[in-house]
Structures are given as C-alpha cells and as structure tokens.
Write a protein that binds this ligand. Structure first.
Ligand code: AMP
Ligand code: ZN
Length: 138
C-alpha cells in the first residue's frame, strides 16, 4: 500500500495522528474535518496514498464515493441537513491543500449556513471550441 511519511492523511490512516472516525473498511476511511465549514463536515479518503482524485484507481475511487454517498444520506436522515455538497479539490489551483485523495461531504442546512461556492460566470466563451478541445480526447 502506498504510504507517504510526510502526508497528514497517511498519518491518520496509520494511527499516528488522531481523528474523529466515522467509518473504516479495508480501503476507505471517513472522519470529521478538523475545521468544519458546517455541522457534520466529513472527509472520506482512500487509505492508500493517491495525490488527487484524478490519479486514484477507479475501483478505489468508487469505494470512496460509495461511502461519501452513505455519509450524505445519514447527514440528511440524522443531522437534519436539508442538502449536501460533495466537493473534491484536485491540485493546488483548485484549492487542494492536502495532496491525498479525499472527498468533502458537507451537510447544508440553509443556503446561508456559512459555506459558499461561487459560480461566477466567465463571459464570451466559445463553447463549440471548448467542446472540440475536450471531447475528441475522452
Ligand atoms: P482540501 O483543501 O480539499 O485539501 O481540504 C483539506 C481538508 O483537510 C481541510 O478542510 C482541513 O480542515 C482538513 N484537515 C487537515 N488536517 C486535518 C486533520 N488532521 N484532521 C481532520 N481534517 C483535517
Ligand atoms: Zn497520504
């Protein structure tokens, strides 16, 4: 199993750093974010060290997403959340601070509960050109 001795999440997996654990199996660990943006903010991670979502093998990614879905359901059923944001930051430019694959499961109580993702419109984009750049390489 890939382990990075300098990685805070690898240290959590190894039990070298404590966490508030919610779920664990062979491949996946879920625990509360130490700096929650809302009540119940959870991280679901692969136990093995993969630096981003984009470099995580599909089988592991699927297992992590399965747990993230269940956590979101329970946040609604048990915490009284009215919605859930699933957030995966990949690379620094996207706000990733810990380079170990993790999914944020953020329960939402109102649209103004303290967490906000701003979708600011980018003007004058040539959509067919962008599509061209992407779709032929899928
Ligand atoms: P990201 O910006 O997507 O890399 O998010 C990393 C998240 O990890 C942040 O929300 C941090 O609050 C959280 N975090 C960092 N260290 C710990 C830790 N030791 N235990 C729990 N959560 C942590
Ligand atoms: Zn790691």
């Amino acid at each position: 199993m890939k382990f990075d001795a300098n990685c805070i999440f690898c240290k959590i997996v190894a039990g070298q750093v404590p966490c508030t654990k919610l779920y664990e199996d062979e491949d996946v660990l879920a625990f509360l974010d130490i700096n929650p943006v809302t009540y119940g903010h959870t991280l679901v991670i692969s136990k093995e060290h993969y630096s981003t979502f984009l470099s995580t093998p599909k089988a592991i990614m699927n297992k992590v997403m399965n747990v993230a879905q269940r956590i979101g359901q329970v946040q609604i059923e048990q915490l009284g959340a009215k919605g859930v944001n699933i957030l995966i930051n990949s690379y620094e430019a996207a706000g990733q601070v810990v380079p170990h694959f993790h999914v944020h499961v953020i329960p939402r109580y109102t649209a103004k509960d303290g967490f906000r993702l701003e979708f600011k419109e980018l003007k004058d984009v040539n959509l067919p050109k962008v599509a061209e750049e992407i779709k032929d390489n899928l």
